[in-house]
Design a protein around this ligand. Structure first.
Ligand code: 13P
Length: 246
């Protein structure tokens, strides 16, 4: 089953969220067979969770703290996410790595906390344009994988998301050959790191996924689904992407 996840980032208010969630839940009901995950901002989680009652659509947070609780003003714990109805949490998104200086070690600790709390972390990795141009994409991604994946992972208890930084919000997408090669690389490194067989590891692709390229991307060998940013904010567009996963 393909996975289609929407990362709303810092977008959305209650009115927009309600309309979008209704459309997504309706589409999910009419076209089952795709695991759909919505990751709205933290302030909307509890509300969205009530709107999703009776739907198969799952909820995810966009980040969590590595500690269970404590004096961390402004942060959100994994338990808080779970209590708000989340089954998933994105960790190590490149925007967190860039703007909040999150390291692989931070991402590993957050992922471990998520797993210990019963959440499935969506662990994000991906190279920058300068790293790719320097021929270092595979090395960078390997380092991120080895250092960001916690020891606690088990089959079905984590997702990986390959998001080349230069493809996020730019309309640029790697060629299908490049995606296939990188996902194969990620699967073999992740299998080596975890001791799991690669068919038991899921790797999403993220970066400028739209309604008109989602089907082609999800058909690529090694791609288990997509992590969608901008296009997940438009009901019609996101519903088309969901339909592409069937
Ligand atoms: P875009 O789909 O807007 O390129 O964003 C991708 C992303 O960062 C999802 O996490």
């Amino acid at each position: 089953m393909k996975i289609v996840a929407g990362n709303w980032k810092m977008h959305g208010d209650a009115a927009m969220a309600h309309a979008l969630v209704e459309a997504v839940a309706d589409q999910a009901g009419r076209a089952p067979g795709v695991e759909v995950i919505l990751c709205p901002p933290a302030t909307l989680l509890a509300q969205v969770s009530t709107w999703l009652i009776g739907s198969a659509v799952k909820l995810g947070g966009q980040d969590c703290h590595a500690e269970a609780q404590g004096a961390f003003t402004g942060d959100i714990s994994a338990v808080m996410l779970r209590e708000s109805g989340c089954a998933y949490v994105i960790v190590g998104h490149s925007e967190r790595r860039q703007y909040h200086r999150e390291t692989n070690e931070d991402v590993r600790k957050k992922s471990a906390r998520a797993i210990a709390t019963g959440l499935i972390p969506i662990i994000c990795i991906g190279e920058t344009l300068s790293e790719r141009e320097a021929g270092q994409a595979e090395t960078v991604v390997e380092r991120q994988l080895r250092d960001s994946i916690p020891d606690e992972v088990a089959e079905g208890r984590f997702l990986l998301a390959y998001e080349p930084v230069w493809a996020i919000g730019t309309g640029k997408v790697p060629t299908p050959e490049d995606i296939c090669r990188m996902h194969g690389h990620i699967l073999s490194v992740a299998a080596d790191r975890t001791g799991l067989a690669s068919p038991g590891i899921s790797v999403l692709y993220g970066g400028s996924v739209k309604a008109d390229n989602a089907r082609e991307i999800m058909a690529i060998q090694g791609v288990s689904g997509v992590l969608v940013g901008g296009a997940s904010l438009k009901a019609e567009e996101f519903c088309k992407i969901m339909a592409s996963g069937r």
